[in-house]
Write a protein that binds this ligand. Structure first.
Ligand code: PEP
Ligand code: MN
Length: 337
């Protein structure tokens, strides 16, 4: 059960509502986000909403019996749009394109990528400075100094930054320079990190775990929301299956299901999802057709020389074509409606 409370609810009214919820046999959890107050009732009993709906201080009340509640579409019919500022939004009809290298490698690379993005009217650049790598001997990223350099160029050009945060202690030092915190597949169920990201007022893109179910992804998102941050993007980036012909299995079924089960925007990452350069474009277009609210793409000026994920990075010409075709598909989709 989710009870939406009036914004500046008095302690007295809140107490009465909590008492009634307890009487009904439910545990409760007060959630205060940047936008609203909710009392989440946890329990399995059948309830008659009339026994509580008339109390003062309640704006709305909804039955939600799933494990994930605040991220569920069962209480919020409208899709969420995540606002990045400067008129940039993702979700609820606003499509987001995020592109850039797997890792931030050099200042020259940042400058050239920004140029490429601006030519394509793209306002969000991706690039890792803290890189989760399978081998401890691989390049681990340029760290905070790299992020500052990345930020210097992006902010001068009106470009937003999405970059991965790997641990709680990095949040504070990164926050001034980041527009969207990315939680990587390997950290998808790092509940301490999710708790901490729930306490900041910054959008978070949460990737699905390498072997994570849809329900686990939604419950991970619930950690962020229930700690106070409603600005969440879900990301399908492929899961590990028995198939060895490609890096991961991009699960477009999940995009359709997530769009139905949750009000949060869904992003498709076909770069990691299939991991083979020549299939990135068709899989991205399929993701858009499936209902994605945005895409994230790895792009490199010279993919053959990329320090990480070159095999799945598009060069600038390939990326130009992808953006153009994504925009065409979006137009076609509008006609289909
Ligand atoms: C990335 O975005 O470069 C990355 C490491 O992604 P994932 O966590 O999905 O593997
Ligand atoms: Mn990568």
């Amino acid at each position: 059960m989710i009870i939406q409370l009036e914004n500046k609810i008095s302690a007295e009214r809140l107490e009465k509502i909590k008492n009634q919820v307890s009487k009904m046999g439910f545990d409760h959890n007060l959630v205060t986000t940047q936008f609203a107050n909710y009392l989440v009732g946890i329990g399995k009993k059948e309830i008659d909403l009339r026994t509580i709906g008339s109390l003062e201080g309640i704006e709305d009340i909804h039955r939600v019996s799933d494990q994930f509640k605040l991220v569920s579409s069962k209480w919020k019919l409208n899709q969420t749009a995540v606002d990045l500022g400067n008129g940039i939004q993702i979700g609820n009809g606003h499509f987001g394109i995020m592109a850039g290298p797997c890792s931030i490698e050099s200042e020259e690379q940042v400058i050239h990528t920004i140029d490429h993005l601006k030519k394509n009217n793209i306002q969000i650049m991706r690039g890792g400075v803290y890189k989760p790598r399978s081998s401890p001997y691989s390049f681990r990223g340029l760290g905070l100094e790299g992020l500052k350099m990345f930020y210097k160029h992006c902010s001068a050009n009106g470009i937003k930054i999405i970059t991965e945060v790997m641990q709680v202690s990095q949040i504070d030092e990164m926050i001034k320079y980041v527009d969207i915190f990315q939680v990587g597949a390997r950290n998808s169920q790092n509940f301490n990190l999710l708790d901490a990201l729930g306490k900041v007022d910054k959008p978070v893109m949460l990737k699905r775990g390498i072997a994570g179910t849809i329900d686990e992804l939604l419950q991970a998102a619930e950690y962020i929301f229930s700690n106070g941050n409603e600005k969440i993007l879900l990301c399908e980036r492929g899961i590990r299956t028995f198939e060895k012909a490609y890096r991961n299995t991009l699960d477009l079924n999940a995009v359709a299901i997530l769009k139905d089960k949750s009000h949060l925007p869904v992003i498709v990452d076909s770069s990691h999802g299939i991991g083979i350069r020549k299939y990135i474009e068709p899989m991205t277009l399929a993701g858009v057709m499936t209902g994605a609210d945005g895409i994230i793409i790895e792009v490199h000026e010279e993919p053959e020389k990329a320090i990480s994920d070159g095999q799945q990075s598009l060069n600038y010409e390939e990326a130009d074509l992808l953006y153009k075709n994504v925009r065409t598909i979006l137009q076609v989709k509008r006609q289909l409606n």
